[in-house]
Write a protein that binds this ligand. Structure first.
Ligand SMILES: [Zn+2]
Length: 270
């Protein structure tokens, strides 16, 4: 069902997170296709941009720019970690699964962060979370074996990249609070703002299924909530595309997590 489609439900039905939640269909991990030339993209990655000239010269030869498709699976939970991703315009979600197969989003990363870096820095070659592209776009990649070699001989690079780990932990901690205590409408508004900041796009590609999975609520609840937001002129949606219509009001409707996590891409590293 596209995001713009609505399902009529009873007024008494609540935005329950305890009822049916769709499962993610596990698929084989897909790998990005490298483009032959670096894509010209004026959006950088905050972590790569924070490196000094010497470190940039060291790491640049090993970076590739690739395009990721929407809903492309990068890692399975507890799967092998062989690539680190530094998003440029792509937005990537990480999920943890419950015993019954339901998924909960624990982090959303755009050009302020990286995917897989914290595992590398901790000496692990395991991707701990199910990782999937939320918004298609470009990323820069480096093979884990290569970045490990660079880290062995450069403490400054390890220190600079290590700052991301703290940012990453902060986001996961805040998401735990958000998932537990904030209502679905607040969480959706926070998520829309975070994704818009990280993708740099005015329109986001979203389906009810995707929102349901991210927020951990059933699809009728998502439909009702999306309808309410559109009726209030906070968002516009059609054909699976969502546009924030009134950013100030969406910020007012979001939970404090949006500001705790850094409102704009790059703010987390400041
Ligand atoms: Zn929250």
């Amino acid at each position: 069902m596209a995001f713009g489609e609505t399902t009529r439900i009873s007024n008494t039905e609540s935005y329950s997170s305890s009822s049916y939640v769709p499962y993610i269909e596990r698929t084989r991990s897909q790998r990005p296709i490298a483009v032959s030339q670096l894509l010209m993209d004026d959006r950088g990655n905050a972590i790569l941009d924070s490196l000094g000239t010497k470190m940039v010269h060291m790491i640049e030869p090993y970076l590739q720019t690739v395009k990721l498709d929407k809903e492309q699976v990068l890692f399975q939970e507890e799967g092998a970690l062989d690539v680190v991703y530094f998003p440029l315009t792509a937005v990537i979600s990480e999920f943890r699964s419950l015993e019954d197969g339901r998924m909960v989003e624990i982090a959303v990363t755009g050009n302020e962060g990286a995917i897989g870096l914290s595992s590398v820095l901790s000496g692990s070659s395991i991707a701990h979370n199910y990782t999937q592209v939320s918004q298609e776009g470009t990323v820069r990649t480096i093979r884990v074996s290569q970045i490990e070699r660079l880290l062995q001989s450069n403490d400054a690079l390890r220190y600079t990249l290590g700052r991301h780990t703290d940012v990453y932990i902060r986001q996961i901690s805040q998401k735990a609070i958000c998932n537990m205590y904030h209502c679905v409408k607040e969480r959706l508004c926070t998520w829309l703002l975070m994704v818009q900041d990280r993708s740099g796009r005015s329109k986001m590609s979203l389906t009810h299924e995707q929102i349901s999975r991210i927020l951990g609520v059933n699809r009728p609840s998502v439909s009702k909530m999306a309808h309410e937001l559109q009726e209030s002129n906070l968002i516009r949606y059609s054909r699976g595309k969502v546009k924030i219509q009134d950013r100030e009001r969406v910020e007012n409707a979001a939970c404090a997590c949006y500001f705790e996590l850094g409102g704009t891409a790059g703010a987390l590293l400041n």
